[in-house]
Design a binder for this molecule. Structure first.
Ligand code: 4G4
Length: 225
């Protein structure tokens, strides 16, 4: 899966080079291409933003600079049209269903705004979908873009083992059951006996009960759905 990221701060994306996403990059299961929007400024001072028409605080990213950055990426990899996503607090909130849906795409172009956002005209011209990672405001769309790339990458074939994805939270509509590992006793607290019993059916039943109990207690809203 290919991700092109249009951003003023490509250095912010180094966390994706670590851990599971880092391995996925090494194995060429995902390809993350960072495009620095500033490289497309035609101004002698590499200016990328300007004051808002109508007045108000802050700066707005200029549409022509963003558009040239967009035009520099190949949108038809193997005749597969890329989907352009704008990370914005005004978008539809990301959830696991949306993540799974996006993982079926071959190619995503992710646009990250900074300052007060981007001139609306280039948004209207190039963006297919506006997505938010939750109802709060951040300084830029870079962290939301990383959240999107990380969550979507987990569904790419070979990135995780199949069981992890099938067993996890939300895919069955419930929270996960609690996990335990060695030591058997930690600070006087023992691992539940059933997990040491080797009785797979009992373990399964116990885990299902726990998942239900945890969901009732922590996220009763999930049970109503
Ligand atoms: C677009 C418009 C996404 C992008 C305005 C981006 C939160 C989210 C930005 C802005 C973002 C989210 C500067 C307010 C960048 N903040 N919830 N900031 N702002 O997904």
């Amino acid at each position: 899966m290919k991700f092109d990221v249009l951003t003023l701060f490509p250095e912010m994306f180094s966390p994706l080079g670590q851990s599971i996403t880092g391995k996925a990059v090494e194995k060429n299961l995902i390809d993350i291409n960072l495009v620095n929007i500033r490289d497309f400024s035609e101004n002698k001072h590499n200016k990328v933003d300007d004051t808002p028409y109508g007045g108000g605080a802050g700066m707005v990213m200029m549409p022509d600079v963003v558009y040239r950055a967009y035009q520099s990426v190949d949108k038809n990899l193997k005749e597969n049209k890329a989907k352009v996503i704008y990370m914005s607090p005004q978008g539809k909130t990301l959830n696991q269903k949306k993540v799974e849906e996006l993982s079926k795409e071959q190619h995503l172009i992710i646009l990250c705004g900074h300052y007060e956002g981007i001139d609306q005209r280039v948004i209207d011209k190039i963006v297919d979908e506006e997505i938010s990672i939750g109802d709060y405001v951040l300084t830029g769309g870079e962290i939301p873009a990383m959240v999107l790339i990380d969550s979507v990458s987990r569904y790419v074939e070979g990135v995780l083992n199949k069981e992890s994805i099938e067993e996890e939270s939300f895919s069955n509509g419930l929270l996960e059951y609690p996990q335990y590992t060695r030591p058997e006793v930690f600070e006087g607290m023992k691992v539940p006996d059933v997990l040491l019993s080797g009785h797979h059916e009992n373990i399964d039943t116990w885990r299902k009960e726990q998942a239900l109990k945890m969901t009732k207690k922590k996220r009763p809203d999930l049970l109503k759905k």
